[in-house]
Ligand binder design. Structure first.
Ligand code: UT7
Length: 368
């Protein structure tokens, strides 16, 4: 049975920074309160032309470059997102088109902030089963578009960004070792985007009542998060036959410094063993774990052979953890990669396919 290795990683965040001082001018809050209660100092906000697929495609190409894979080598794209561009088509399909992954299946996975862990697990299972060779897993968000900028309970927390992993099959032992996934839909109301789906379609009423924004019971989510983060970590380690001492790094979902502190206390681990960058990006939901991972690799913290636990929680309620032995690019990854070429090529390919569809429409007597 092949192993599923994480062989590529990439991130993309918007340039615009929104600081706590900026938020002080928008709602009744203070830099001191936000830092003390969450640890967040600033977050990134998408520009008018930046969508999850735009940020996701950027992160994906970087990840492919690290893994030295061409977009056409990708068999499967899973995009975990809590702020999909549309209900359908899937944001994963938009990314597939933007990078020219012409042979890939693509779908979105909705497990909110746990989505990236779920998605890496699903991709790893597809590789382990022998069904596919190469997968691209992306967490991509523009949460700023579904945030109520008048609600101080939520608007201080969220930020935009994307991160991606490439997973590849190899006979070499290592890679994703085990994962656990959990859910409790009885807490669905605690963190919810009430309208815009088929239950509450958009209407003047839903818009007036702010039902297209994130609604959250912060205290309850906090309580839930502090409980499950440590629990799922111990559970996944047991499943992998590992002990906490074997683990070099914990990379948690970046929601709140105090939640991570509580998990560290419960696990009796020093905070130095956790990768934390929420001070600069806030909570980017599905993107927070891959963004934190990319920065850890860049800083030289995460090295091949390190055992790392990723753990997260979010709306649903959902939570989960995954343990992996960090790999780096496969030894066979030596081909030259020209990432700068793939985007224009993908654009041309997309344009050609649209043109052919239009032409076929004309031939079959339909208006294009
Ligand atoms: O990916 C999962 C997403 N969600 C989360 O991870 C959220 C988890 N929850 C949290 O992180 C925390 O509950 C929050 C950061 C949202 C809130 O922190 P808290 O320590 O739980 O505050 P609280 O809700 O208990 O509110 C304490 C006080 C309240 O005032 P009163 O009722 O004590 O007078 C709030 O009205 O702080 C007030 N408050 C604020 N004050 C200044 C709430 N938000 C703010 C604010 N600035 N932004």
């Amino acid at each position: 049975m092949p192993y599923a290795h994480i062989t590529g990683w990439g991130m993309a965040v918007p340039e615009k920074v929104l600081t706590n001082a900026d938020l002080e001018k928008m709602v009744e809050t203070s830099d001191a309160w936000i830092r003390e209660r969450t640890g967040i100092r600033e977050r990134r906000i998408a520009g008018p032309d930046e969508y999850p697929s735009v940020l996701g495609a950027r992160a994906a190409l970087k990840a492919l470059e690290v893994a030295r894979l061409h977009p056409k080598d990708v068999d499967l794209i899973i995009c975990a997102t809590s702020s999909p561009e549309h209900l359908f088509p899937a944001t994963a399909c938009l990314i597939q088109d933007a990078i020219g992954a012409s042979k890939a299946g693509a779908f979105d996975l909705l497990a909110a902030c746990s989505g990236f862990i779920y998605a890496v697990h699903m991709a790893a299972q597809a590789i382990r089963s022998g069904a596919i060779q190469n997968a691209l897993v992306i967490g991509a968000e523009t949460l700023s578009r579904i945030t109520n900028w008048k609600d101080r309970n939520t608007c201080i927390l969220f930020g935009d960004g994307a991160g991606a992993f490439v997973l590849q099959a190899s006979d070499r032992p290592g890679g994703v070792l085990a994962a656990v996934m959990h859910s409790d839909g009885s807490g669905g109301n605690l963190l919810i985007l009430p309208a815009g789906g088929s239950r509450l379609p958009a209407s003047i009423e839903t818009v007036t009542n702010g039902h297209h924004y994130i609604h959250m019971d912060g205290r309850e989510v906090f309580r839930f998060a502090t409980r499950v983060l440590a629990q799922s970590t111990l559970e996944v380690l047991e499943k992998a036959g590992l002990r906490l001492e074997d683990v070099r790094w914990i990379i948690p979902h970046q929601a709140n410094y105090r939640i991570i502190e509580a998990a560290a206390r419960a696990l009796k681990l020093p905070m130095e063993r956790f990768i934390i960058n929420l001070d600069r990006y806030g909570n980017t939901s599905t993107a927070s774990i891959p963004i934190a991972t990319c920065e850890a690799v860049e800083k030289g913290l995460l090295k091949a052979g390190d055992k790392v636990v990723f753990n997260g929680f979010g709306a649903g309620l959902t939570w989960g953890a995954l343990v992996a032995e960090w790999s780096g690019p496969l030894p066979s990854a030596t081909r030259p990669i020209h990432m700068e070429r793939y985007r224009p090529l993908a654009r041309l390919r997309s344009w050609l396919r649209r043109s052919i569809r239009r032409l076929e429409g004309l031939i079959w007597g339909r208006k294009a």
